[in-house]
Ligand binder design. Structure first.
Ligand SMILES: Nc1ncnc2c1ncn2[C@@H]1O[C@H](COP(=O)(O)OP(=O)(O)O)[C@@H](O)[C@H]1O
Ligand SMILES: O=C(O)C1=C[C@@H](OP(=O)(O)O)[C@@H](O)[C@H](O)C1
Ligand SMILES: [Mg+2]
Length: 177
């Protein structure tokens, strides 16, 4: 079984993915980390030196590579926040056999607090100098992206859940289907 986690920046995809894979004792791949290893550059360097269009192309290629790799039969895959919104990435995920997807739906306030603390590592928002500007961006961006996120097979409202509860909820939803 392949489990794909998607959602907005800082919704918890990478952290939940790592814990979920540990819990299920299966392999974990973080798509951003996979790209960084492949290119020997971090995400910020890729955006700065190669641009976002290049990043989206590599992201699409790496997604296909991970999904098609027969060594990754059982896998938790954490996407980047933008992965579902480019190319036919959601179609690739939803058409993949033995694969299910979860949208980690987080509230704006938590996203804002986390992203304000961690904006330096995220090139799309690193230039924001005030909270109001960042909040306005997140609201508009999430509104645009939600269309793609809602194509996930399952939605997990993570706002009021701790890590253990998120993992429990994912397991429950997976076993009911
Ligand atoms: N369930 C959680 N409870 C508290 N903090 C969390 C939780 N999930 C993620 N975080 C924190 O939120 C930040 C963003 O998480 P991360 O996993 O990097 O999100 P994403 O991969 O979706 O961008 C990190 O600082 C992480 O420690
Ligand atoms: O939302 C996005 O477009 C991005 C999200 C990031 O991943 P996280 O969602 O893990 O921060 C990373 O892929 C890149 O900075 C672009
Ligand atoms: Mg991440």
């Amino acid at each position: 079984m392949k489990i794909v986690l998607l959602g907005y920046m800082s919704s918890g995809k990478s952290s939940v993915g790592k814990e979920l894979a540990k819990h299920l004792q299966i392999q974990f791949v973080d798509l951003d980390h996979y790209i960084e290893t492949k290119l020997q550059m971090n995400i910020s360097e890729i955006f700065q030196q190669k641009g976002e269009i290049f990043f989206r192309k590599i992201e699409n290629e790496c997604l296909k590579e991970v999904l098609d790799n027969s060594e990754h039969e059982n896998l938790v895959l954490a996407l980047g926040g933008g992965t579902p919104c480019y190319y036919n990435n959601m179609e690739l995920i939803n058409q993949q056999e033995n694969t299910t997807s979860f949208y980690l739906k987080q509230n704006i306030q938590t996203l804002l607090e986390r992203l304000w603390e961690e904006k330096e590592s995220r090139p799309l928002i690193s230039h924001y100098q005030d909270l109001f500007g960042l909040e306005e961006f997140i609201r508009k961006h999430l509104f645009e992206r939600q269309f793609f996120y809602l194509q996930a097979k399952h939605i997990v409202e993570v706002s009021n859940l701790n890590m253990t509860q998120i993992i429990e909820t994912i397991n429950l939803k997976m076993n009911n289907k």
